[in-house]
Design a protein around this ligand. Structure first.
Ligand code: ATP
Ligand code: MG
Length: 178
């Protein structure tokens, strides 16, 4: 094993639980090694996520930003133009962050959903990933990763659902799901 640094493109996808939390685990590891981490959440959930408060302890070494709003109505013509605008805004910020030199790891949380809902052109994302600065690591999360993104990525993990507490009727647990 050599210690030559090379920025990786990592995809966490699939229907099982753990895509976002695995990205946050990697972020913690990165921050511990002195890397600066920015996490942009593309389609914010309806909850207040605990990690938003936890990362404040890291100051400007680990910054997390929610770029969307509560619920996103999906599906072709029904997609709210306001949500598309927010995704475009999030993407503009993501592109800037990747090329800025300010961040060593940029996490684009739920960007795969935004793409699979037709709110963001995968070709734009692939082009930006191809021209990213050599040293920058990028993690893209969300179900249904686009095949062109899988292709350009270095490491792709598909979370497979074996079972989920939700199926037993157990509601989302504070500290575990949000
Ligand atoms: P997490 O944020 O827990 O790592 P995730 O990023 O893999 O989950 P998302 O598709 O972003 O999953 O869904 C976010 C929320 O849905 C989380 O609260 C998560 O626990 C829950 N969830 C994830 N997978 C499942 C599933 N297979 N069935 C029911 N709920 C799920
Ligand atoms: Mg997620």
């Amino acid at each position: 094993m050599n210690d030559v640094r090379r920025g990786l493109i990592i995809v966490n996808t699939g229907p099982g639980k753990g895509k976002t939390t695995a990205a946050m685990g990697t972020a913690l590891r990165a921050v511990g090694n002195g890397l600066r981490v920015l996490m942009l959440q593309f389609l914010k959930g309806s909850w207040h996520y605990g990690e938003l408060d936890a990362v404040k302890a890291f100051g400007d070494k680990f910054v997390m930003k929610q770029m969307g709003r509560g619920f996103v109505k999906v599906g072709g013509a029904e997609t709210d133009p306001e949500d598309i605008r927010l995704v475009e805004e999030a993407w503009a910020e993501a592109e800037k962050a990747i090329s800025s030199g300010e961040w060593d790891l940029v996490i684009l949380d739920e960007i795969n959903y935004a793409i699979s809902y037709g709110m963001l052109d995968p070709a734009k994302v692939v082009a930006a990933l191809k021209r990213k600065p050599e040293m920058v690591h990028v993690i893209l999360t969300g179900r249904n990763a686009h095949p062109t993104i899988v292709e350009v990525a270095d490491t792709v993990t598909e979370m497979r659902e074996v079972k989920h507490a939700y199926q037993k009727g157990i509601m989302a647990q504070r500290g575990i799901e949000y």
